[in-house]
Design a protein around this ligand. Structure first.
Ligand code: KG4
Ligand code: ZN
Length: 350
């Protein structure tokens, strides 16, 4: 393991971090990290505008890398490799980070590690919890992804479940938009839900009870829209009822996946932006306990997009001898499990 410069630019956070792969605690592993959110730029549009995102990454990333190296008291010559998100994500932003990493790698004659953003999320629990061993069952819930995977090692993923329409974070963001809570929506829905009654509004639990652990949230979103349009419910009650319905779905689907998983899982692990949600963590904690497994969830700041997780995934890859050529391509789509079969009904959005 080694000192790794990590770069993240796949969505609306520009981030850079220096990771010490030899660190034995979270504090020792993250030597320095910086993150700049583009929330203000995107807020007027109610969502991420790809062109604005790419431009903002260009403006911020260079000075940020200089600053994070200065925070760490290091020069570029001191790092052992440069790791950057190479996909999946908004392609303009991914290219900004990857090209920057390539230029630095060439200038300083350092190896490049092209990191799958989803692998960053998937391995982030190991960054946070040095005791977490492979294999583990991972619930990966972010704005763009909603999957359950067996993580058997670096690059070794078996997908057990995916969403046939919206991701869980997307459902939170759309509910926030319907309730006029602005962008980004997940944390705002969670805050408002605390003041509401989760039983006040009857809402559907799509796919609950089905034998395969897949997800669907489009019908729930439409029901939230109808509940708001009806004009009879308090927004806090809608938020609380939505969150409860969504969590009921997640817990039911994860229970099915636990039953379908290979023997020997060491933990139930949750990662990705929505893993920052305290109600979700509480519900999963109870589920994991019932299966005799610990629940491992990174601290909320490591759940949403950041460069520490990219640097850490880079450190794990680099330790295994995986580096990438300087002509490695940025990828808008990049599944963790290339062998996963398409799911019936997938792609149908309501
Ligand atoms: O992982 P992430 O930062 O970016 C992607 O790779 O998508 O995840 C962002 C998603 C957004 O949909 C955001 O609304 C959601 O995570 N999120 C939350 C919370 N914090 C972030 N959803 C529910 N509750 C939260 N506390
Ligand atoms: Zn992400």
């Amino acid at each position: 393991m080694a000192l790794i410069l990590g770069i993240e630019s796949s969505c609306d956070e520009t981030a850079a971090a220096v990771i010490d792969g030899n660190g034995t605690t979270l504090a020792a592993r993250i030597v320095a990290q910086r993150i700049a959110s583009q929330d203000e730029e995107h807020r007027p549009y109610g969502g991420v505008v790809p062109e604005i995102a790419a431009r903002a990454h260009v403006e911020v990333l260079g000075p940020m890398i200089e600053a994070v190296l200065a925070d760490a008291g290091l020069g570029l010559d001191d790092v052992d490799a440069i790791a950057a998100t190479a996909g999946p994500g908004l392609i303009g932003g991914v290219m900004v980070g990857l090209i920057t990493a390539k230029a630095l790698a060439m200038a300083a004659d350092k190896p490049l590690v092209a990191v799958n953003h989803l692998e960053g999320h998937a391995l982030s629990p190991r960054l946070a919890d040095p005791a977490l061993a492979y294999p583990y069952l991972l619930l990966l819930v972010s704005g763009g992804h909603c999957q359950i995977l067996e993580v058997a090692g670096v690059g070794q993923y078996r997908r057990l479940a995916t969403t046939i329409d919206d991701a869980l974070g997307e459902a939170f963001d759309k509910t926030a938009k319907i309730l006029g809570l602005g962008y980004p929506g997940g944390p705002a829905v969670e805050r408002l839900a605390r003041e509401g009654n989760p039983k006040a509004v009857p809402l559907p639990r799509p796919l609950v009870g089905s034998g395969e652990p897949h997800f669907s949230f489009a019908g729930l979103k439409s029901a939230v829209m109808r509940a708001k349009d009806a004009g009879v419910h308090a927004d806090a009650d809608i938020a609380a009822s939505f969150q409860q319905a969504a969590l009921d779905c997640v817990v039911d689907r994860t229970r099915i996946a636990l039953g379908a998983a290979s023997p020997g899982m060491t933990a139930l692990v949750v990662a990705g932006g929505v893993a920052a949600n305290a109600a979700l963590r509480g519900a999963l904690e109870a589920l994991a306990q019932g299966h005799g497994l610990p629940l491992v969830a990174p601290p909320p700041k490591l759940c949403t997009d950041n460069a520490a997780m990219i640097g850490w995934a880079g450190a794990e890859r680099f330790a295994l001898g995986y580096t990438d050529p300087l002509d490695v391509a940025a990828r808008p789509r990049w599944p963790l499990d290339d062998n996963a079969a398409p799911v019936r009904g997938a792609g149908v959005k309501a």
